[in-house]
Design a protein around this ligand. Structure first.
Ligand SMILES: O=C(O)/C=C(\CC(=O)C(=O)O)C(=O)O
Length: 296
């Protein structure tokens, strides 16, 4: 692998929407810097450096107060780059780790000390070589107190994953709503299946994220201003308003062919959460419960 990809906008606009005080970007990543934190030999993409300082500058520009940094697959199970971002944030970031399922209890506690509050299981074949469900279940059963499991999958394997996810004994957070086809609309088959999954347990959360991915022109979607995304996702946010999170997904891994303006992504918020009450739940109250519960 040679060329390092760059997927983010160099000069995102200032959003019109002003996030409420204490707003949390609950899904973003850092890459490297590679000189300090090399990528995994198993990485499926090799990105340019997207440093903590760049992330924090974007946070301030967009009007957010905190970040939840999710370990990206290009760093494998070495969480050093994500922990570095959390450490440099001055208390304004927490994280989600990716671990070797054989990780010891002591190492899990060290991740907790470093600000991690969950682990991520990634089922996208283009991102990871294998996803051993039996090992994932074992490690999910011995997480530190208060942790959750983040799961990333695409809509076509939701049913196949149901028995596995049903067996996880801690809260679940589903990345990007399990990537529904938003062009099907709010009552499409993918949204119906996802709703039925949400209805099966009260501790399944989801991220109403990634208009740029789910409504990408390249995928047959609308592209910015992502009208399909707004139409399909707003009813879901309204109906499950106490277990939905939001994030920028900066630096938008693997979106090099469709660079999104993060200011426009923030301006999607009032389209999926039209009232101040919903916006406060989405951006403050809900992520605080998962990531900074001791402050509540
Ligand atoms: O940023 C995301 O959430 C989505 C990703 C990257 C990713 O998850 C990873 O590398 O772990 C993707 O769809 O390529």
């Amino acid at each position: 692998m040679s060329d390092r990809i760059k997927c983010w906008h160099d000069a995102p606009g200032k959003p019109v929407f002003v996030p409420p005080a204490g707003a949390i970007d609950a899904h973003c990543h850092v890459f490297g810097p590679m000189g300090e934190f090399p990528f995994s030999p198993k990485a499926k993409y090799l990105p340019q450096d997207a440093s903590p300082e760049m992330l924090f500058a974007l946070r301030d520009h967009l009007g957010f107060a905190r970040n939840v940094v999710v370990q990206a697959s290009c760093h494998g199970t070495d969480n050093a780059a994500t922990l570095n971002a959390i450490a440099r944030s001055g208390g304004k970031a927490r994280g989600v780790a990716v671990v070797d399922p054989d990780i010891s209890e002591a190492d899990l506690l060290a991740l907790h000390e470093g600000g991690m509050r969950g682990i991520r299981f990634n089922f996208l074949k283009r991102l990871v070589d294998n996803a051993p469900k039996d090992k994932f279940l074992e490690v999910a059963s011995r997480l530190p107190e208060g942790w959750h499991v983040v799961i990333y999958f695409e809509a076509d394997i939701l049913e196949e994953l149901r028995p596995f996810m049903d067996a996880i004994p801690v809260p679940l957070v589903i990345d990007h709503m399990g990537r529904p086809d938003v062009t099907q609309g709010p009552d499409g088959a993918d949204m119906k299946a996802f709703r039925s999954f949400l209805d099966s347990r009260e501790d399944i959360w989801f991220k109403a994220t990634c208009p740029e991915r789910l409504d990408a022109r390249k995928e047959g979607g609308m592209g910015d201003p992502w009208d399909n995304f707004a139409a399909a996702v707003a009813p879901l946010v309204a109906d499950y308003q106490d277990r939905v999170l939001w994030g920028t997904d900066w630096p938008h891994p693997n979106m090099q062919d469709e660079i999104a303006d993060d200011g426009h992504i923030v301006d999607m918020i009032p389209r999926i959460a039209p009232t101040p009450e919903l916006q406060h739940k989405l951006l403050v109250a809900n992520p605080m419960r998962l990531y900074w519960p001791e402050e509540l």
